[in-house]
Design a protein around this ligand. Structure first.
Ligand SMILES: Cc1cc2nc3c(=O)[nH]c(=O)nc-3n(C[C@H](O)[C@H](O)[C@H](O)COP(=O)(O)O)c2cc1C
Length: 356
């Protein structure tokens, strides 16, 4: 394992935190240790008579009124410090090249000052007509709502000309973060106010601890249009924050490393709400290959998000490796579609899955 190097940018707290997150995720082992996302527990029914040609397989889809060539989301990751500009430019270019959606990382820093606005703007510049999402945390939403200022969130949406706003719920991460907040009061109310004032659809996600059926129901009832379950089994944000803590505190926090609802369980719970409500589902948290993408779609997801593998690939191998990574994911997805006789995403969404 590479030696951990945490950069002190000499800038404000949000700026240096965002930079240290990328550095830690790339250089340290930050996966869940015992919890699997659950995709290894299920498999497709093999179709020995698919009656299609691989060349017939079509991966395109529509989401929030825009066309995508693949049902893939480059999950929200970074922005708000100088070096993030290079990362978001590359991720934006990746989304444009492959027709995928992209979320920029938390834009809290952009609300604090203008220095690194460009690190967010580059995503839209790289993909002028694609599906791009803004991002802000739940604590910030509650704080702004408390002051009657949710409309100021419009500024960060305008910054990337976003098609939708993603709000991330991260109580576990905030709790374990050295400089985090342990006050989550007023979050649901704040999200409800955002829905009414920001003028674009609101998506709510976790960051790797999952969204339960009950939480999703409350969110949908205040007008949220899409739930990204962002479940456990991939990057452990408890793990990342534990590594950022002083050594003497780590042993107290270690038992939380694997906290969360596995992605497959969160998907199974949240999709039950589709019996009575209409909304979009994004599957993410531990998506590591095209089979996980295909299984997510068969479990009800409209879009499938990937975070850590993409930023790690870019930081270690540059744009060429990043493009190859995406090509591989799409090849695996297509092979899965061929082997289940699914000509398109809609047919894939109807495929039965079996437990191992
Ligand atoms: C370096 C890095 C930074 C992240 N920053 C954010 C963020 O600012 N906002 C957010 O909603 N999620 C953030 N996430 C969480 C991801 O969007 C995702 O929910 C989580 O990492 C689980 O996906 P994975 O297992 O594919 O990494 C970040 C993830 C990574 C790897």
């Amino acid at each position: 394992m590479k030696k951990r190097k945490i950069t002190d940018t000499g800038n404000n707290l949000t700026t240096s935190r965002k930079q240290s997150h990328v550095e830690l995720v790339v250089s340290e082992q930050v996966s869940f240790r015992q919890t699997s996302s659950g995709f290894d527990r299920i498999r497709f029914v093999h179709n020995a008579l698919p009656e299609i040609a691989l060349s017939d397989v079509e991966t395109s889809t529509d989401f929030l009124g825009k066309h995508l060539d693949v049902p893939i989301l480059i999950s929200s990751m970074t922005g708000g410090y100088e070096a993030a500009e290079r990362i978001n430019r590359a991720l934006g270019a990746l989304s444009a090249k492959f027709g995928a959606a992209m979320g920029v990382g938390s834009q809290r820093q952009a609300l604090e000052d203008k220095r690194f606005h460009n690190s967010f703007k580059v995503a839209r510049k790289a993909n002028p007509s694609g599906l791009i999402f803004s991002n802000i945390g739940a604590v910030e939403v509650a704080r702004l709502a408390g002051k009657g200022k949710t409309a100021s969130i419009k500024r960060i949406i305008d910054l990337v000309e976003a098609d939708a706003l993603i709000i991330h719920l991260n109580p576990l991460q905030e709790l374990l973060q050295p400089e985090g907040s342990s006050n989550f009061t007023g979050v649901l109310n704040g999200i409800g106010k955002c829905v009414k004032s920001v003028g674009v659809p609101v998506i709510v996600k976790e960051v790797g601890a999952g969204i339960s059926k009950d939480v999703a129901k409350q969110l949908l009832e205040v007008g949220v249009l899409v739930i990204d379950v962002a479940g456990a089994g991939g990057t452990s944000w408890a793990g990342v924050e534990i590594l950022r803590q002083k050594k003497k505190l780590r042993s107290v926090l270690e038992p939380f490393w694997d906290w969360g609802i596995p992605t497959v369980d969160a998907l199974l719970q949240v999709r039950e709400l589709r019996e009575s409500m209409t909304f979009g589902i994004i599957s993410s948290g531990g998506i590591r290959n095209g089979l996980d993408i295909a299984k997510s779609i068969a479990l009800g997801a409209d879009l499938v998000g990937i975070a850590k593998p993409l930023v790690s690939t870019f930081m270690e191998g540059g744009e060429k490796s990043l493009n190859k990574k995406m090509e591989d994911l799409i090849t695996q997805l297509k092979y899965c579609m061929f082997l289940t006789g699914s000509k398109n995403v809609e047919a894939l969404s109807k495929q039965p899955l079996q437990k191992f």
